[in-house]
Design a protein around this ligand. Structure first.
Ligand SMILES: C=C(O[C@@H]1C=C(C(=O)O)C=C[C@H]1O)C(=O)O
Length: 180
């Protein structure tokens, strides 16, 4: 037999026995990981000329994930919709941190990460998230999606000891996962 092409990464391989929780949990987990990058992005931008909103970079992200979705057979429209929420959530955390640091400069970061390096990490998470979206069409369109996704998000919240800002914003990041 000819060699088979490599399949998706094991953690995201969906089998017939995977239930909706197993399909939706990675989306909550990856969203929390993506949201955690907002702390680094905010630290990279704080006290510089770089604004929180960067529409040029946002368009690059959305174009890239739409192309990846098409390549691997995920719905590009659902993928872009989910990523618009991911981006909005990321900016909400950045704004929250800016406010926190303005109010109490002793909490402000003392080191400034390299934004280009942080964006490489965001790109890696974006790729994983597109694969997770591609692996979950049935779970995302099922009537129980919202309940299962909320359970996964609660698990992720406690597992990662998310603070109130990140926990609330995780809900924002996941807003349209269950819209199909
Ligand atoms: C994360 C950043 O900040 C914002 C959020 C983005 C995102 O979530 O991908 C992209 C651009 C910015 O509007 C960034 O500048 O990279």
């Amino acid at each position: 037999a000819p060699p088979q092409p490599p399949g998706p990464a094991p953690a995201l391989t969906a089998t017939a026995s995977d239930g909706p929780y197993a399909r939706l949990y990675p989306l909550a987990d990856l969203s929390a990981r993506r949201l955690a990058t907002a702390d680094l992005v905010a630290a990279a931008k704080y006290g510089t000329e770089s604004p929180i909103d960067d529409p040029v970079r946002e368009k690059q992200v959305l174009d890239a994930v739409a192309a990846q979705a098409r390549e691997i057979g995920a719905d590009p429209e659902a993928t872009v919709r989910i990523f618009r929420d991911q981006i909005e959530a990321n900016k909400i955390v950045q704004r929250g941190l800016f406010r926190r640091w303005d109010a109490d400069p002793s909490q402000a970061p003392t080191e400034r990460p390299d934004l280009a390096e942080v964006r490489k990490e965001i790109n890696r998470i974006n790729g994983e998230l597109v694969r997770g979206i591609a692996a979950s069409p049935d779970a995302r369109t099922a009537p129980y999606c919202g309940g299962v996704l909320t359970a996964a998000a609660v698990h992720v919240r406690y597992e990662n000891r998310l603070d109130a800002l990140h926990a609330a914003t995780l809900g924002r990041a996941l807003r349209s996962v269950c819209e199909g």
